[in-house]
Design a protein around this ligand. Structure first.
Ligand code: PXP
Length: 241
């Protein structure tokens, strides 16, 4: 099982002050030292966290694969084509959302949305970039993804994350979706809302080969790291007097 760590929220902290720390590239290196197999970032149209220069530096600097999440619209395609990350995950994007809500709308075959998606997929594929579609664990979406000829899908685990304490049905949907996708020859990734308490059931689905996890890892890193950070500051202050 590959673990890709999403470092968007390292940039969220930096952007809160529009300064240069914490650096998501430094954080990415630390993630790889900690055992991550790759790094994920979402370059949003509103640039609320990750900036173009972050993706540029990650694309040239990382010792392991970069998975760039991007919306098919919004002028981001030329950036992906220019940087050629190992993988591009196409995600939906709505300006007002706090985080990615729901999977990609693949559109009815023959519709304008479907045609646009097909074109974006073709251009990414021609550039040698592996493509994954972030979709809900829904049988129609999985069939359509296979028809679009992509090598991989990422199953949206948000509903599972929100309901797993009171119901097993979202997990069952994920399991069925993973089986269906694998039978159609799709590589199965999963992510969104996974935490230290809910990840294990998803990691146990045999068909899932890659997890994308961000917020929970960044959150925990604050708590496991803040004691040392205070100690370092304490030492500096005390040694100045
Ligand atoms: N996968 C996709 C496609 C996402 O958009 C996100 C959030 O940016 C994640 C995974 C990671 O979600 P979380 O930050 O909740 O772990």
């Amino acid at each position: 099982m590959r673990l890709y760590v999403n470092v968007d929220h390292v940039a969220t902290i930096r952007e809160a002050r529009k300064t240069d720390e914490p650096d998501p590239v430094e954080a990415a290196d630390a993630c790889l030292r900690g055992g991550a197999d790759g790094i994920t970032v979402h370059l949003r149209e509103d640039r609320r966290h990750i900036q173009d220069r972050d993706v540029q530096r990650l694309a040239t600097h990382l010792a392991k694969p970069l998975n760039l999440e991007l919306a098919a619209a919004g002028g981001l395609l030329p950036i992906a084509l220019g940087l050629r990350p190992h993988q591009a995950t196409l995600v939906p994007e709505h300006r007002q959302e706090i985080t990615t809500e729901g999977g990609l709308d693949l559109g009815e075959p023959g519709s304008a949305a479907h045609g646009r998606l097909r074109e974006v997929i073709g251009r990414l594929r021609d550039a040698g970039i592996r493509i994954s579609l972030f979709i809900d664990p829904d049988p129609v979406g999985i069939d359509r993804s296979a028809e679009l000829g992509v090598p991989a899908i990422e199953l949206h685990t948000g509903e599972y994350a929100n309901t797993c304490r009171r119901s097993a049905s979202a997990l069952e949907r994920l399991q069925k979706a993973a089986t269906q996708a694998r039978a159609l020859g799709l590589a199965v990734h999963a992510g969104h809302g996974l935490t230290y308490t809910n990840v294990m059931a998803v990691a146990a689905i045999p068909e899932v080969e890659e997890l994308n996890i961000g917020h929970s890892i960044v959150s925990r890193s604050v708590l496991v790291g803040i004691e040392q950070a205070v100690r370092d500051m304490r030492r500096l202050i005390d040694s100045s007097r």
